[in-house]
Design a protein around this ligand. Structure first.
Ligand code: C2E
Ligand code: MG
Ligand code: MG
Ligand code: MG
Length: 283
């Protein structure tokens, strides 16, 4: 019986192996196709930059916008970034993608400024791999010059986990950005594993409370406690604090009570394509 059992396990194992390897093959094929398509998307301007307002909830004034990329796929329609950013990271295409978004967003901003509709700060999501590239600073300077966008209006959002992949090098690069006059914001704050000791040493200007903590405010006691702790931390380190993913009036009220004034979320506006953002600014 033991032999039969062993034999069966081997058979099943082999079948499983074949099953998994054909499944992996499929995934690999899908990835390869998508990589090719994404490359084309960057070259043929299928990427769109949307803008989401960041609002000072005390007087409902606009303080800035976050640029958020979308992929206008010829067959699939509008594809959200979570569906292709990971692949872009994996394949190195993120470098071209972030550069494309940077150029587009800065030139849109200058257009709005020239129309007298200045939205304030531009927040760009920056992948750490883009920041670590040797030509990053050169490209940034070049884009600033070419578009005429002023560095004092620029914030880069970097996620906590990405920074922690290589804290020493990150600190060096972020310090260089800071010296240029660029602001640094830690995105999705609270979801990662950055130690507070590092936070002290990072040249950071803002913390963005992750939307997962905002979602159940003010009814979930744990989320309230975490939100309050992040706000207190920001206050004592003299950092700006922003809440993202704010959808409900009650959430705004709670955040205001706790001392978080800058708010981004569907409650005020969804991310808007350029034309709608222009109309928003005109209103
Ligand atoms: P993120 O930087 O944390 O951006 C905030 C996300 O929350 C956006 O998702 C935004 O649309 C969404 N959001 C805003 N308000 C609300 C709300 O009230 N409720 C809910 N449920 N969601 C809200 P999106 O646009 O799908 O982007 C996802 C992520 O993709 C971003 O998260 C960012 O990490 C990444 N990403 C987007 N654009 C770029 C880019 O140009 N470069 C890089 N490297 N990453 C990008
Ligand atoms: Mg962001
Ligand atoms: Mg975030
Ligand atoms: Mg995120």
């Amino acid at each position: 019986y033991a032999d039969i059992a062993m034999y069966k396990a081997k058979e099943e194992g082999r079948n499983n192996y074949q099953f998994y390897s054909s499944k992996m093959m499929n995934i690999a094929l899908k990835k390869a196709t998508m990589e090719k398509e994404l490359r084309r998307a960057i070259e043929e301007n299928e990427l769109l930059v949307y803008y989401q307002p960041q609002i000072d909830a005390r007087n409902r004034s606009l303080v800035g916008v976050e640029a958020l990329v979308r992929w206008d796929h010829p067959e699939k329609g509008l594809v959200p970034p979570d569906a292709f950013i990971p692949l872009a990271e994996e394949t190195g295409l993120i470098k071209d993608l972030d550069h494309y978004v940077m150029c587009q967003a800065m030139s849109d901003m200058v257009e709005w400024q020239q129309m007298g509709l200045a939205p304030g700060i531009l927040s760009l999501n920056l992948s750490i791999s883009q920041l670590m590239k040797n030509d990053f600073f050169f490209k940034l300077q070049k884009t600033l010059l070419e578009t005429g966008f002023k560095v004092k209006w620029l914030t880069f959002e970097i996620t906590e986990n990405q920074v922690m992949l290589n804290p020493k090098r990150s600190i060096k690069k972020l310090t260089m950005l800071n010296q240029m006059g660029v602001k640094i914001s830690i995105d999705d704050f609270g979801t990662g594993y950055s130690s507070l000791a590092y936070l002290k040493r990072f040249p950071v200007d803002k913390l963005k409370i992750d939307k997962s903590f905002i979602h159940d405010l003010p009814y979930n006691a744990e989320d309230c406690a975490i939100t309050n702790a992040v706000i207190a931390l920001a206050e004592s380190l003299q950092l700006e604090i922003i809440a993202e993913g704010v959808e409900q009036r009650d959430q705004v009220r709670y955040l205001l009570e706790q001392g978080c004034y800058i708010i981004q979320g569907y409650h005020y506006s969804r991310p808007l394509p350029k034309k709608e953002m222009t109309e928003y600014l005109q209103r």
